[in-house]
Design a protein around this ligand. Structure first.
Ligand code: R2B
Length: 304
């Protein structure tokens, strides 16, 4: 089956012919369905979907972008539209949706499939998806923001493998260079942090999969983790996280634009331990949000 065409004014098309017959489709992990909710009325105007791991972070982002766009009144916290589900949260601030995706590609894909279908049923068009996340850095100062201009899987390949009917299917990890550059261009010289375009290494594990020796079990021989991290550095990898490969692959297959913007919490060339100062981490966490809010405002001003 072909990829969906880039969605046009007629609404987001998805490359799944079965959807046409799913008149009652239950979006189970969002706690809504085609029949229980008026999806076109609720979501027909959506233009941006921002996703990040943690529920609270994405609630804060919805509040922040709502204030930035002037679509929420001061101190107005938008309601969680997925409150019938205990799995994910979903907020709306004007044309922007904010949802959490949990940790790792499998969790992220569940909510991404359902949001894509929800917007398809809603008749939304020209929607851009952006993951706003946290990550480990490679050779960059902690607190830097990385805008992915490439992503590779745990085996350093540019494909994401999904298993369908017992067989592996390879889907290309395609990164929209124009979108990545546009987001990158929203950095300002006065920002107290660097914004860097770079390659993202996406793994299925936080410990051995990210060359950490401090998990509950470890089969890495002493020194091999440093050699591997140096190899990543020499291959142009700037950050490590756990969702980008599946995110880029599914969005490409679905025919929607997407980008990944993450703040680094550590430089993995020096340490494997995430800092414990929650005030600093919280300030750093806002950096991708600030950059993406500027991008969204610019797009909306330009009539997107
Ligand atoms: C970054 O942070 C999480 C692991 O702590 C994971 O979701 C990721 O990609």
């Amino acid at each position: 089956m072909e990829n969906a065409n880039r969605d046009s004014q007629i609404g987001m098309q998805l490359p799944n012919p079965h959807l046409a017959n799913m008149t009652k489709d239950n979006l189970y992990h969002l706690g809504m369905s085609r029949t229980s909710h008026d999806l076109p009325a609720l979501f027909g105007d959506v233009k941006f979907v921002c996703l990040g791991g943690s529920a609270r972070r994405m609630e804060n982002f919805a509040y922040f972008i709502g204030q930035e766009l002037g679509v929420l009144s001061t101190n107005e916290r938008p309601p969680n539209l997925a409150s019938n589900s205990e799995r994910f949260v979903l907020y709306k601030a004007g044309p922007v949706l904010s949802a959490n995706h949990g940790i790792g590609v499998p969790s992220m894909l569940v909510v991404l499939h359902e949001i894509l279908k929800m917007l398809h049923y809603a008749g939304s068009s020209e929607v851009t998806f952006i993951r706003i996340g946290t990550c480990g850095g490679i050779g960059v100062p902690p607190g830097s923001v990385i805008v992915s201009n490439a992503a590779v899987n745990g085996k350093l390949e540019h494909t994401y493998e999904t298993v369908v009917l017992g067989k592996g299917i390879q889907r290309p990890i395609n990164v929209d260079q124009e979108l990545a550059s546009e987001i990158h261009s929203c950095s300002r010289t006065e920002d107290p942090f660097s914004v860097i375009l770079g390659k993202t290494y996406c793994t299925d594990d936080f410990f051995e999969g990210q060359a950490r020796t401090g998990g509950a079990v470890c089969d890495i021989n002493d020194g091999d983790e440093h050699r591997f991290l140096k190899q990543l550095d020499s291959e142009g990898v700037k950050n490590i996280e756990m969702e980008s490969a599946g995110f880029f692959a599914l969005c490409h297959k679905a025919g929607v634009k997407c980008g990944v913007v993450c703040v680094t919490f550590i430089d993995r060339l020096s340490t494997e331990d995430v800092p414990t100062d929650t005030d600093i981490l919280s300030e750093w966490t806002q950096r991708p949000q600030i950059l993406v809010a500027r991008f969204i405002k610019k797009q909306l001003t330009n009539g997107v």
